[in-house]
Design a binder for this molecule. Structure first.
Ligand code: HEM
Length: 506
């Protein structure tokens, strides 16, 4: 922030000194004989004659504009229910610290599909399993867009796959990314094994680090170590290299990723009130720092991809960066993608894979500490199935039902990505009898499904034994058919918009 502030704050201070304090000084000056004051006063009088009507006209114009939006909003409201939206800010002040909870409360009043307004954007919020499944499965193409938010345009150099909207080029981009990830993680038993080796090595290192940090019964914060472990897995895939826990370059990279989610996501103010960028204010400063950290992160990743390009050998694919260079830079057929897409794909995957997996690990550790009896039960379970002479492997998965239940229950209970990245509609579409026009921003409230009392016995209680793992798998919105694949099931074609299977095979 410190290197951002001078740039952002300077105009505020300068503007204040050069205009407002001078006017105050002039009008408050007790000496009417001062030439400066007389001159100032006459200028003031002369100007006030012109400024006042201009201000009044601007004010009336803004009110009319707002009234037009308001009337337009009312017409839309005839079709879509939703709370009253205040002029200028809409419902922004109502969202609170936890918008997903507010969205669920509003759903009780207005139904599972309703409309809110944030700044100048009309937004449809989808809640509950039925509406969300219909949107993401039956109407996957119609809901596969991304809004044209300013914050989305600064991610991964502006050619992000995750944050760009649905198009022919985007489909190609996603198809290439998806098949490359598969090729490196779950394509066949050999890739699965080598991927598993990366994860197992990282897990061993993590345990050793924990043992070292807790020697002599010391307390320690596991946060940095968990983030490094998660980041190393995706970095090993992308760059063929893992980093030491104290590597300064890596530490800097991680600190940037941690801040990312503060700005991107449902409800980011600068996205729905873009005019906030035009004058100095805290939102603008935050956005400025968001742009900088994105740029730094992207430059780091780009540097690595450029190094790969310089030593690229088509006969020998070292890692995913090489694979993307092969299929995008050296594509045999026209893909419409450029070298910039190679860099942005790697950047997207590292950005998406680090923070999410590390957050999941944080939650799991916290829940193990909070529920020691569950921890003991899990330990006994793993000891019985795997023993203490080796690490668990993917082949053990079918015999580790309680462990699986623990992981799914963590995902359900925490729902730590409660609202997905905002979508937008690619054409007019009707959900639950309500028509949503093309180019509408859509928020998908996953939390509402994972905490639906009709679906879960005690949704606010963490209870891995309470649900059968197969039922959890079927119900969770993290699973393939909903969050991971936004697919066109009818035609059996490749999904339109996908979320990759997390490589940990959740
Ligand atoms: C526990 C781990 C994870 C969770 C909870 C998670 C959650 C999510 C969510 C909620 C979305 C937004 C979906 C939407 O917009 O509807 C998303 C998108 C995405 N995630 Fe993950 N994710 C996880 C792990 C990963 C990993 C490990 C990778 C990469 C290797 C990854 C890559 C992506 C990509 C590329 C997208 C954008 C997909 C698209 O726009 O179609 N995620 N993730």
């Amino acid at each position: 922030m410190s290197n951002v502030c001078p740039g952002v704050c300077a105009p505020a201070v300068m503007g204040g000194e050069s205009d407002r304090p001078k006017l105050l000084l002039l009008s408050a000056n007790p000496n009417p004989s001062s030439k400066f004051v007389i001159k100032g006063n006459s200028i003031l009088k002369e100007w006030s004659g012109q400024i006042q009507p201009a201000l009044v006209a601007s004010f009336i114009f803004l009110c009319c504009l707002e009234a037009c939006f308001w009337v337009r909003n009312l017409t839309l409201k005839k079709k879509l229910p939703g709370p009253f939206a205040w002029p200028l800010v809409g419902n922004a002040m109502q969202l609170g610290q936890m918008p997903h909870i507010t969205f669920s409360k509003l759903a009780k009043r207005y139904g599972n599909v309703y409309q809110i307004r944030l700044g100048s954007s009309d937004i449809v919020v989808l809640n509950g399993e039925s509406a969300i499944r219909k949107a993401l499965l039956q109407h996957s193409t119609e809901f596969a867009g991304r809004p044209n938010f300013v914050s989305f345009q600064v991610v991964s150099g502006g050619t992000s796959m995750t944050f760009t909207s649905y198009s022919k080029q985007w489909k190609m981009h996603r198809k290439i990314a998806q098949s490359t990830i598969r090729a490196f993680s779950s394509a066949n038993s050999q890739t699965k094994k080598s991927f598993e080796k990366h994860i197992a090595a990282e897990a061993e290192e993590l345990v050793e680090t924990f043992l070292r940090l807790s020697s002599n019964k010391q307390y320690f914060s596991p946060s940095h170590e968990l983030t490094v472990a998660a980041a190393n897995i995706i970095c090993a895939l992308c760059f063929g290299k893992r980093y030491g826990h104290d590597d300064p370059e890596f530490r800097t990279l991680l600190s940037k990723v941690n801040k990312f989610s503060e700005t991107v996501g449902a409800g980011s103010l600068v996205d729905v009130m873009p005019w906030l960028q035009s004058f100095p204010n805290p939102v603008r400063s935050m956005f400025q720092s968001f742009k900088e950290l994105n740029n730094d992160f992207f430059m780091f990743v780009k540097g690595k991809v450029v190094e790969h390009r310089q030593s690229y050998d088509p006969e020998f694919t070292r890692d995913m960066s090489d694979a993307f260079i092969g299929v995008i830079d050296h594509a045999e057929t026209e893909t419409g993608l450029t070298e910039a897409h190679t860099e942005s794909t790697v950047s997207d995957l590292i950005g998406a894979g680090m923070d999410t997996v590390s957050t999941a690990l944080h939650w799991m550790l916290l829940l193990l500490v909070k529920y020691p009896s569950i921890q003991t039960k899990l330990q006994e379970h793993v000891d019985k199935v795997v023993g203490r002479d080796r690490l668990p492997s993917i082949e053990d998965k079918c015999n580790l039902a309680y462990l699986e239940a623990f992981i799914y229950e963590t995902m359900r209970y925490t729902s730590f990505v409660p609202v997905t990245i905002p979508h937008s509609t690619t054409s007019d579409v009707t959900i639950e009898g309500l028509r949503i026009p093309k180019d509408t921003v859509v928020f998908i409230n996953q939390w509402s499904v994972n905490h639906d009392p009709q679906k879960w016995q005690d949704p606010h209680i963490f209870n891995p034994s309470g649900q059968r793992p197969d039922q959890q798998r079927d119900d969770l919105l993290y699973r393939e058919e909903t969050m991971h694949w936004r697919s066109d099931r009818k035609s059996g074609s490749v999904p339109d918009r996908c979320h990759f299977d997390p490589p940990t095979n959740f």
